[in-house]
Design a protein around this ligand. Structure first.
Ligand SMILES: Nc1ncnc2c1ncn2[C@@H]1O[C@H](COP(=O)(O)OP(=O)(O)O)[C@@H](O)[C@H]1O
Ligand SMILES: [Mg+2]
Length: 269
C-alpha cells in the first residue's frame, strides 16, 4: 500500500541532509499583490529518486519547479541544492522544457550535444557523449537528421538525450509528455524509467496525470490549489523489477491511482 508521510519539519535549522540533493524550505510565492501561488512549501527530494509534483492546473507546480531551477525568485523561503542556497540557475540542475526546445537548424547529434557546447566541452567529447545518449534513447542512425525529419516522439527522445548528456545531477521536467499521444507517452515513460535505472539522476517531474505519476515515481507530492500547499506525500510501493505492462495491471498501482483520485477530486469543480 502507499504510505503517506508528513512534510519534513525543519525547526529553523540550516543543516540539510546529504540524502536529499534538493531541499525546499518554507517557500511561498505571490505574483503581484494578490495571486498566492505557493504557501509555505517544505519538501525534500531524495538523491537518485524520481519525485513527482502532482495536482490540478493552477496549483503552482510550474512555479515551484522554476523556483527550484533558479529561474524565478520566491517571495519567501529558500531552496538548497547540495546543501547550498540557490541564487539562480546552475549547472547541477537542467530544466527540460515542455516542447524540449530543439534547435531546428541543428542535427540530432548537435542538438544532443548542445548543452555541452554551451559549457565549452571540446567537440570530440561532446560528440562521444551525444552518440552514447542517442544510442540509449534508441535513435542510433538518426545522428545527421534534423528535427523536422523526425516524429514528435523521436524529437522528445532527442530532448531527453540532451538532458541526460549534460552533467546535471538534477533534471527538472515540466509536463514533458503532455503534448504527445497516449502510445508515444507510454513508450516515453518506459524509456525514461529505463534511463534512470542506468543513470543516477534525481528527477523532479511535474504532471497532472495521476497514472503517469504513480507509474514513474518513487515519491509523489500532492499539491492543493489556491494557494498551492502540500496536501500529502505518497511513496507508491511498486516493484520496478516487473514489466511495464505488469506494473499497469499491478494491484498496488491501481489502488494507489484510485486513492489519489479520491483525494484530489475534491479540488476539482
Ligand atoms: N507570471 C505570472 N503572473 C501572475 N500569475 C501567475 C504567473 N504565473 C502563474 N501565475 C498564477 O499562479 C498560479 C499557479 O500557476 P502555475 O505555477 O503555472 O500552476 P500549475 O503549473 O500547477 O498549473 C495560477 O493561479 C496562475 O494563474
Ligand atoms: Mg504548469
Amino acid at each position: 500500500m502507499a504510505s503517506a508521510a508528513a512534510a519534513p519539519a525543519y525547526k529553523g535549522t540550516t543543516e540539510t541532509s546529504k540524502d536529499n540533493i534538493v531541499e525546499v524550505r518554507n517557500i511561498s510565492k505571490t505574483y503581484g499583490t494578490d495571486i498566492h501561488a505557493l504557501d509555505a512549501i517544505n519538501l525534500a527530494f531524495p538523491t537518485g529518486q524520481m519525485t513527482t509534483l502532482l495536482g490540478p492546473s493552477g496549483c503552482g507546480k510550474t512555479t515551484l519547479l522554476k523556483i527550484i531551477a533558479g529561474l524565478l525568485e520566491p517571495s519567501d523561503g529558500q531552496v538548497f541544492v547540495h546543501g547550498r542556497p540557490v541564487t539562480g540557475p546552475g549547472p547541477e540542475r537542467a530544466f527540460v522544457f515542455q516542447d524540449f526546445a530543439l534547435l531546428p537548424w541543428a542535427t540530432v547529434l548537435r542538438n544532443v550535444g548542445f548543452g555541452l557546447e554551451l559549457t565549452k566541452h571540446p567537440k570530440s567529447e561532446r560528440e562521444e557523449k551525444a552518440r552514447h545518449y542517442i544510442n540509449e534513447v534508441g535513435l542510433a542512425g538518426f545522428e545527421d537528421k534534423y528535427p523536422h525529419e523526425l516524429s514528435g516522439g523521436m524529437r522528445q527522445r532527442v530532448g531527453l538525450a540532451r538532458a541526460m548528456a549534460v552533467d546535471a545531477d538534477v533534471l527538472l521536467m515540466d509536463e514533458p509528455f503532455s503534448a504527445v499521444d497516449e502510445q508515444t507517452r507510454r513508450k516515453f515513460q518506459e524509456d525514461l524509467l529505463h534511463l534512470l535505472s542506468v543513470e543516477r539522476k534525481t528527477v523532479i517531474f511535474v504532471t497532472h496525470s495521476i497514472e503517469e505519476a504513480v507509474y514513474v515515481s518513487d515519491q509523489i507530492v500532492l499539491l492543493s490549489p489556491r494557494p498551492g500547499r502540500i496536501h500529502a506525500t505518497i511513496r507508491p510501493d511498486i516493484s520496478r523489477d516487473i514489466s511495464p505492462d505488469d506494473i499497469r495491471r499491478n494491484k498496488t498501482y491501481l489502488d494507489t491511482v484510485e486513492e489519489i483520485w479520491t483525494d484530489l477530486r475534491k479540488y476539482l469543480d
